[in-house]
Design a protein around this ligand. Sequence first.
Ligand code: AMP
Length: 503
Amino acid sequence: MNVALHLLRSARRLPGQPAVIERDRVEHTYDALARRVLALAGALQSRLGVAPGERVGLLMRNCAAYVELLYACWAAGATAIPINVKLHPKEVAFILDDAQARVCFVTDDVAAGEVDAARAGGATTFIDVDGAEYGALLHAAPVPLAEVTPDDVAWLFYTSGTTGRPKGVMLTHRNLLAMTLNYLADVDAAAPGEHLLHAAPMSHGSGLYILPNVAAGATQLVPASRGFDVAEIDEILALVPRVKCFAAPTMVMRLVDGIKGDARGLKHIVYGGGPMYVADCLRALDRLGPRLTQIYGQGESPMTITVLPAAEHIDDHDGRRLQRLASVGRAQTGVQLAVLGEDDQPLACGEIGEVCVRGDVVMRGYLNNPEATAKTLANGWLHTGDLGHLDEQGYLTLVDRSKDLIISGGSNIYPREVEEVLLRHPAVREAAVIGLPDADWGEIAVAVVVAYAPPPPEAELDALCLQHIARFKRPKRYVFVDELPKNAAGKVLKRELRQRLLG
Ligand code: AMP
């Protein structure tokens, strides 16, 4: 089944319902959106010569055209490559070359010339979605939905590269359908009249959530800032009913610190993509009310491994609320989850191993990279590279990515555990714990801290650690910085931090 069918169904069921709103600029009903999509699909095929299976770049800031171009690619049987606009032109050039994309849609704020100059070979046609050429494409003759197989690639998702060169994750129509069903079953029973606010990049999680919300007939809402602006979100919450959004934990915390009005217009925030520390989560629940749902996923199993529903953030009937908040919840309905040892055999509850996943949501593989595909999909499991443990009730707690584990004097230190403790100090805003080489210990734990002014005395942080974790896990050094290096998706780049401190 072609995932674009959901759009046509919603257009038949709810033709006059707003499908996409770009604040202060554009508003399309479902009927209008479906017409635009089928015309654009026709233009892709007949005017731009995009054949079924060909890959089309979307190097765009959040905008209404994002929604129609995703669906137009699928309607034409093509593969969309959403690319984060914050990437360096060289990284974008790498992606366009790797995917052999001849056509790439851009917003007017993207320096397409710079990207083209960085490309190794071949030329891409860049089309500005705010320009006249794009307007003309909308007048092409519409085409019927292309026939696709479940294994045809719909979305080529480039990993955010926290641990190396980006890899093109091939997400098929089957994968996206599975993601859609899991979302509607476990994360959010979406409905017409609700607004999915795209404050996070549509090239990643926020964009993936377009699909279930189109299937359900909800409205996509693109802020005028086209990104994350706390004051604007405050304003939107006062004006627009039933708003929901996907946000990285750091965004949630900026909202908690920044919004002035109440959060009653908020249906919920789905957060994930990085660790949410318990101290932060409690503060967020205090400010926003029971409106937080956590998901854990990765590009290779998009947005869909576990879920911690809003109610389970509050429930303390068994006195285990804080443990639940430290977890990422339980497997989503269509996901088989296991924590495996080095021999790929399941470990007992409480033992730490690699988080592995099976199900229709798991990617087909990496484009042009059979070695990485074979390694990651070995023995029928997706190996996530995340370390964690399960409890008897099926709650998964992540400890860290295997590459971030610190081994000091032969003992394992999981940075996340130390970061959780440091964040309890009221003067600590962000913390990242990394391992650095040491002649005596092999590695030592170093805490890199962003503090609210003034920074806390190291002795206080040390005392806090002694109070909560084993002595050997205490950071042996503290470094105070103004900000942590993050990638385009907002994840802390521990590799870069390590290099900086070594250099
Ligand atoms: P990406 O493929 O860029 O979306 O990155 C996925 C990675 O982000 C996962 O493999 C985890 O390491 C991390 N991640 C995602 N969701 C969570 C979460 N809820 N808590 C902690 N880490 C997460």
